[in-house]
Unconditional design. Structure first.
Length: 202
């Protein structure tokens, strides 16, 4: 699916009869990206869940199409790699086991091993419970890449990463941006430069 198109029209979300956000509209095609920013509680994560097909209780219209044929709501999650602080890994599994069980790779592809290595250690075969927040984030991002889905929906993508880790992620985004539809939520100013479009939630 190389011709995915996403259109969000007047997306609104209520909680306890109050709008979290209202009338959010934008469109994206393959090779395009958008950054969603806003204060804590403004609804960034909620909007990402709606886009990823994980939250269906909203107002407005979200259309994702392929070759001008609309994709049904139940199929949307199969097109999306969603990474967020609430995305959970299995603490008893190693990164290599996550890659095997959920991405179908018997071994971690050599070109991505750098994501799980530091100058001192290789973390690919350590239990997830032993990993730092930043290393867990690297595992989630690697899984998103290896699932090879067309739409990347990333919430606070560089959470817990040091300067070197952030550069790794920015370089990977640049490598794949021409073949993906990218949606990021963040207040990290260093990430503003990676997207052509932007929305701020009040």
């Amino acid at each position: 699916m190389n011709s995915i198109y996403l259109s969000a029209k007047s997306i609104s979300k209520k909680f306890n009869n109050k709008y979290i956000f209202k009338d959010i509209s934008f469109s994206l095609s393959i090779g395009e990206s958008i950054l969603i920013s806003g204060s804590n509680g403004s609804g960034k994560t909620t909007l990402l869940k709606i886009i990823a097909g994980l939250d269906k209780s909203y107002y407005g219209k979200l259309i994702i199409s392929d070759d001008k044929k609309n994709i049904t709501a139940d199929k949307i999650p199969t097109l999306v790699s969603y990474v967020s602080p609430i995305t959970q890994l299995y603490e008893e599994l190693t990164p290599a086991e996550h890659i095997k069980f959920f991405c179908g790779y018997q071994e971690i592809p050599e070109q991505y091993l750098f994501l799980l290595n530091t100058e001192k250690q290789n973390f690919a075969y350590k239990k997830t419970s032993e990993l730092s927040t930043g290393m867990k984030q690297r595992v989630k991002i690697l899984m998103a890449i290896l699932l090879n889905r067309t739409i990347w929906v990333f919430d606070e993508i560089t959470l817990g990463l040091d300067k070197k880790g952030k550069k790794y992620i920015y370089d990977l985004i640049d490598r794949f941006r021409d073949e993906k539809l990218l949606i990021f939520a963040t207040n990290e100013k260093s990430e503003y430069k990676i997207c052509e479009k932007a929305i701020t939630l009040d």
